[in-house]
Design a protein around this ligand. Structure first.
Ligand SMILES: NC(=O)c1ccc[n+]([C@@H]2O[C@H](COP(=O)([O-])OP(=O)(O)OC[C@H]3O[C@@H](n4cnc5c(N)ncnc54)[C@H](OP(=O)(O)O)[C@@H]3O)[C@@H](O)[C@H]2O)c1
Length: 244
């Protein structure tokens, strides 16, 4: 596919890395000279062009701008009905994107994670997902959201990643006080938690980890009694309501 990127920043650099080398022609906007040049130097199928040339040379357009600048940037550009637009902008709804890119087709909003670059990463998506699956599956997995409200709920819930990582980091820090090879200690915990979560749904895993009096049950009950579940729920609710 002829694929263009408007806004060559942190997340679209990862998207381009995930797309490159699979038979697509990829043209990225020149504005961030460092990031666009780095992608063109790294991948033979990536070239750099000014914004209008990105549109003129592409059929699928990714919008990787900050949502606040998108109206002004896109107003200067000529979209075409052949364009299929995928927005990665967190702050713009699909309807808002459609209004900015007419007469092009605003196909979907997608929220990737940096791991899209290497594959094996989840992608949250609202709108049509066929194009996203064509571009990114099976290397990455597209999760379809039914509405803007669902996407917003997923955006809140995905923030569990940081406290989850923090818990593993804290446990690794504690372990480091008791073992000689601290690097191995953290690697072990990351391996254990990551592979376990990938291998099983949560409910059966919790059941399997619920041996009466066992280490897992005792630590989980200690944490829940200390407010872990209640604080997590309250934090998610605060995110949903616009607080922190
Ligand atoms: N970072 C993430 O993990 C992530 C995940 C999902 C969604 N998102 C969303 O993705 C969007 C980009 O986020 P980001 O973290 O990648 O930010 P970023 O690195 O700042 O990327 C935005 C890019 O847009 C460029 N830009 C600004 N004005 C432009 C113009 N007139 N023409 C062409 N390009 C222009 C910027 O160039 P300059 O640097 O030269 O200003 C920058 O490279 C945001 O809407 C964000 O909500 C981010």
């Amino acid at each position: 596919m002829r694929t263009g990127i408007l806004g060559t920043g942190t997340i679209t650099s990862a998207v381009v890395s995930g797309l490159a080398g699979q038979g697509h022609d990829i043209v990225v906007s020149a504005r961030n000279a460092q990031k666009s040049a780095a992608l063109a130097a790294r991948f033979a199928d990536v070239s750099v062009a000014e914004n209008q040339a990105v549109l003129d040379q592409s059929d699928v357009i990714f919008l990787g701008l900050m949502a606040e600048v998108a109206p002004a940037v896109l107003a200067d550009l000529q979209f075409n009905p052949r364009h299929q637009v995928i927005s990665v902008m967190a702050g713009a709804t699909l309807d808002e994107v459609a209004a900015l890119v007419g007469p092009a087709d605003a196909v979907s909003v997608m929220m990737p994670f940096p791991g899209i670059a290497d594959g094996g990463s989840p992608i949250m998506a609202l709108g049509g997902i066929e194009l996203l699956n064509t571009l990114f599956a099976p290397r990455n997995t597209v999760y379809s959201m039914g509405s803007a409200a669902e996407l917003q709920a997923y955006l809140c819930a995905q923030a569990v990643l940081s406290p989850a990582v923090n818990m593993v980091a804290e446990a690794a820090g504690w372990l480091a006080e008791h073992v000689s090879d601290t690097t191995q200690g953290e690697a072990f915990l990351r391996h254990l938690v990551g592979s376990s979560l990938l291998a099983s749904e949560c409910a059966p895993m919790l059941e399997a980890l619920n041996t009466p009096g066992g280490y897992n049950q005792r630590l989980r009950e200690h944490m829940v009694e200390a407010g872990l579940s209640a604080h997590l729920r309250a934090g998610l609710e605060a995110l949903k309501n616009g607080g922190g």
